[in-house]
Design a protein. Sequence first.
Length: 162
Amino acid sequence: MGQLDEQRLRVDRVVFASSSFGTQAGLCVGARALGFQAQLAGIAIDSELPELQAAVAGIAARLAPRIGLQASFAPGEVVAYDAYRGGGYAVLGGPEREAIELAARHEGILLDPVYTGRAMAGLVDLVRRGEFRAGETIVFWHTGGTPALFAYAGELLADQVP
């Protein structure tokens, strides 16, 4: 928030990978504690929406008091999209491959096939489907995982090498 304030930027949504629920729960608690108003939208990597929402809300509710925040978190408040789980956990599909290539070619950002590649594939599809309004400021939260690219090098480069 300090960086956004410093640059006078307003963010409408933050999009990120959500798998083991801790990242999303931490972002929810931090946003509530700081009064951050942007929508926090997780792209489910391997869980269905009801499970993800319940788990994130539960972790957030247990975390909040640890930082002195008296707040409740209901599953229905947790924003996530579960239509991008692809072929399953750690299965590299066409959408992930396209997102990894788009980010690398156009932004110089490396995404991993398991988490950030899948989350970016979800973001790309949501933008293409018009889920986000023109003029919205969307931040993609890169959660790491770049070393996983090495494990998928054969699959990712199969079409590139003659």
